[in-house]
Design a protein. Structure first.
Length: 495
């Protein structure tokens, strides 16, 4: 513990964001470049080096947070990088994209603002790359065993890297033309620039991982044939079967799923398109769904110069402080949070019919109406109570030229035939069944990540990838030295 009084003398200070008017004119990350390092050592000083650090339990990776906080406070960046990478393959991803359940579990958060764990993590990861601490780690010898990983999201990449480093020959199959899964085409550039992804992929290639893009297993390559080629197969396709909104008018043009909309803006940033064919420019946009994907749509629509943007959340607006009776520490509380996109909407006043940050809480969509050509023009909604029952007399109509459905995902998409061709069993909710060792009912076939767990956070995805790698390594060799951070049945600390 570098400064025993740091938590009492130093206030919480987060990585500052660029001015709203500046950042909505580009697709660069929202944070001020270079502004994190000058403040981060003092922020790490706020860590109390608790005897029982609940941040460990709140993080499924088991990140050694007090250890690398202490090392950062002493500016021992190499050692901090070693401790961080001991539990997390991709800290530059989680440091930007994870909602930081570790901070909710911070002991300091009992009565003060938590340590800025996420910012410290990101600073270590970026410094590791800048100083050359993240060099490739190819295996000393090969095992002679082969593994196919289906899906290149955070679960698939983590599993592939762990198995490659263990000496197995690993090939990752990705249906898209580029690697990364939702990190590539679902996460907007302003949340994580894709150079961070490319840099990590380069490391993995240098270690020996093979990648096969534009291959949809089950369609371009029969799943049974793939299984016959490899000693083991890991299904890490994610939960891509989006939830629908079955209300009158859903068939109108101009109503799209969020994951039909977001990839197009990412392709613009990749240089594939000059302009998105689904651009929000000049349109009245309504986003149905109050989660992170909805916020990503919000930030994207603002950068495309929408005429207005409103986001509907069926839940009531939460309070700004944790309710200790309902959600006691160290659970992850449902509190009011202002993302970068909501801050932008607030400052630009993009939703005059909504609250200050473009969100309408406790709002349920009743129907859509369109014009004579079959294009959506308005959305009809009603306020709901906590039981989601309509409140009489609260009906409203919003102009809507573009409607984006961000209602989450129910499980893996079965249209490609992968699940049926392999013959793996599924749960009633659509996810892939597995035992305590991540194994499916088909010998040699394992399932991890959102495809089996259901829609979750990136930190859980990486933890699943690391754990399934240990399970596969044990299956192939009879033992494993790889870390196994979680079981398939572990769940976040929530109420």
């Amino acid at each position: 513990m570098a400064d025993p009084k740091g938590f009492m003398t130093t206030p919480r200070e987060e990585w500052p964001r660029r001015p709203v008017e500046e950042r909505v004119r580009d697709w660069d990350e929202v944070y001020v470049p270079g502004a994190l390092l000058p403040i981060i050592s003092k922020q790490a000083d706020r860590c109390m080096d608790c005897g029982v650090p609940f941040c460990h339990d709140a993080c499924p990776l088991g990140n050694l947070i007090p250890e690398w906080n202490d090392l950062v406070s002493r500016e021992d960046w190499r050692a901090a990088s070693d401790r961080l990478h001991a539990t997390n393959n991709f800290p530059e991803f989680t440091g930007r994209l994870c909602p930081a359940p570790c901070e909710a579990g911070c002991v300091l958060a009992i009565n003060q603002p938590a340590v800025t764990i996420k910012n410290v993590e990101c600073a270590i990861a970026d410094r590791a790359w800048a100083e050359g601490f993240a060099s490739p780690r190819p295996p000393e010898r090969l095992s002679g065993r082969t593994v196919a990983v289906i899906g290149s999201g955070p679960t698939g990449l983590a599993a592939a890297q762990q198995l490659t480093r263990a000496g197995h020959t690993v090939a990752v199959y990705e249906k898209d033309d580029r690697l990364g899964g939702l990190m590539r085409y679902g996460i907007p550039e302003f949340k994580m620039e894709k150079r961070h992804l490319e840099r990590r992929l380069g490391q993995m290639r240098a270690e020996g991982t093979k990648f096969r893009t534009s291959v949809t297993v089950g369609r371009d390559l029969h799943a049974a044939e793939l299984r016959a080629r490899y000693d083991a197969v890991v299904i890490a396709t994610g939960a891509t079967a989006w939830r629908e909104l079955s209300v009158p008018g859903r068939e109108l043009d101009g109503i799209h799923q969020a994951m039909e909309y977001l990839p197009l803006s990412n392709r613009v940033c990749e240089g594939d398109l000059a302009e998105s064919p689904m651009s929000a420019a000049g349109k009245h946009v309504v986003i149905v769904g109050g989660g992170d994907t909805g916020a990503d749509c919000l930030g994207t629509a603002l950068r495309e110069r929408a005429a207005s943007v409103t986001q509907l959340d069926i839940y009531a607006q939460p309070g700004t402080e944790r309710d200790e009776d309902i959600e006691p520490w160290p659970t992850y509380p449902k509190i009011y949070r202002l993302s970068a996109a909501h801050e932008e909407a607030r400052d630009l006043e993009t939703a005059p019919s909504a609250d200050a940050d473009a969100r309408l809480f406790a709002a349920s969509t009743l129907r859509f109406t369109g014009d004579g050509s079959g294009h959506v023009r308005s959305l009809h909604l009603v306020e709901v109570d906590r039981a989601r029952l309509p409140v009489p007399g609260t009906g409203r109509t919003l102009p809507a030229d573009l409607v984006l459905l961000a209602l989450g995902f129910s499980g893996p998409d079965r249209e490609d035939g992968l699940i049926d061709q392999l013959g793996v069993s599924t749960e009633p909710r659509g996810t892939i069944s597995r035992d305590a060792g991540f194994a499916t009912n088909v010998p040699g076939v394992f399932a991890a990540g959102d495809a089996a767990r259901g829609q979750s956070l990136i930190v859980w995805a990486i933890a699943e990838g690391r754990a399934v790698a240990a399970a596969v390594d044990h299956y192939l060799t009879g033992s494993s030295q790889l870390p196994w951070p979680i079981s398939p049945h572990d769940r976040p600390m929530t109420v």
